[in-house]
Design a protein. Structure first.
Length: 318
């Protein structure tokens, strides 16, 4: 006689889905239909998870512009195409990597943290200023300001720029902002600040100047001194109304001429009228007649004349 499902074998009463008979306390054997349902549910769940994974893996993420990112997109995952507009920043203490990208609608910060930042650096996927990139990550909007969290090396694609355009410093104008260029100039200033090291270059043939900022976490520049001739390639930018060249990496700077080190006594005698603004930083020697002497704070201004003109010499008190 076939056994009936849901019926206690000891007392013959119907107990339904109970595992223990509520009438006689006998343990019930699991029903075949329940066992089959459990197996089917497990198989169905595994297949469902695999299907979702495959669909997610093969589904292209939405590409959005910077200007289209709004607060209701917080925690959304999307891709942004743009150009790296500032040198990347790497904070070793907080283990943070960040950089800015710019498209035709605006710019946005991209950040990676801790292990993700270390993995991106280890994979050589830190972009340089001027690189075109495609970044896919989680959009966060905090205080109305959006940024993108990049959490894996394979979520960023990097496309370096083409060969730089060679230009003289005198030819660089605001129309070149964002361009990748190469130029050569004479180093007339090296200044340390709380942020970047500022190198000031003068055009080889004129008075035009341009500066190049080098950030401490970016790279170490080659040794150089004033009046050295420096070839630099980088992205033209503007800071507080002044044009700058942002070098991409250490290979962007090349000393092509070292200045001869001379003392003031060894400098050639120069007519005062021949001392021009494009000689800033050079050592010169003049001969003439002392004229007016004016006392200033911690020094004196001495006017010297020869038969070609006048020049003012600053003498500081020791």
């Amino acid at each position: 006689m076939a056994k009936k499902e849901g019926v206690c074998e000891s007392c013959g009463r119907y107990v339904g889905a109970y595992n223990i008979c509520p009438y006689c306390g006998a343990r019930m054997n699991e029903r075949v239909s329940v066992r089959a349902l459990k197996i089917f549910s497990l198989v169905f769940t595994v297949i469902g998870v695999l299907a979702v994974y495959l669909v997610a893996r093969n589904t292209e993420l939405n590409e959005v512009s910077v200007a289209s990112i709004e607060e209701d997109m917080n925690y959304a995952v999307a891709c942004v195409n743009g150009i790296v507009s500032r040198p990347p920043s790497i904070n070793k203490e907080t283990k943070t990597l960040s950089f800015w990208i710019e498209d035709s609608t605006g710019d946005i910060r991209v950040a990676s943290y801790r292990k993700d930042a270390e993995n991106i650096q280890a994979a050589g996927k830190v972009p340089l200023i001027g690189d075109s990139v495609k970044v896919c990550g989680t959009i966060r909007v905090v205080g109305g300001s959006p940024y993108i969290i990049l959490n894996a090396p394979d979520k960023i694609s990097i496309f370096p720029p083409q060969e730089p355009k060679e230009m003289a410093i005198a030819e660089i104008t605001e129309t070149n902002i964002g361009d990748y260029i190469k130029t050569t100039g004479v180093v007339i200033g090296i200044r340390e600040t709380k942020g970047p090291l500022i190198i000031t270059l003068r055009d080889l043939m004129g008075d035009q100047k341009i500066s190049a900022p080098i950030y401490p976490d970016q790279f170490t520049p080659p040794e150089m001194g004033e009046m050295d001739t420096l070839q630099i390639s980088g992205i033209v930018n503007v800071y507080k109304g002044d044009l700058q060249i942002n070098p991409r990496d250490s290979s962007s700077l090349k000393i092509v001429g070292k200045a001869k080190k001379i003392t003031a006594a060894e400098a050639p005698v120069t007519k005062i009228s021949n001392v021009k603004s494009n000689m800033v930083g050079q050592k010169v020697k003049v001969r003439g007649t002392i004229g007016r002497v004016t006392k200033v704070n911690k020094g004196r201004l001495v006017n010297i004349y020869d038969n070609t003109g006048k020049i003012t010499v600053v003498i500081w008190d020791r």
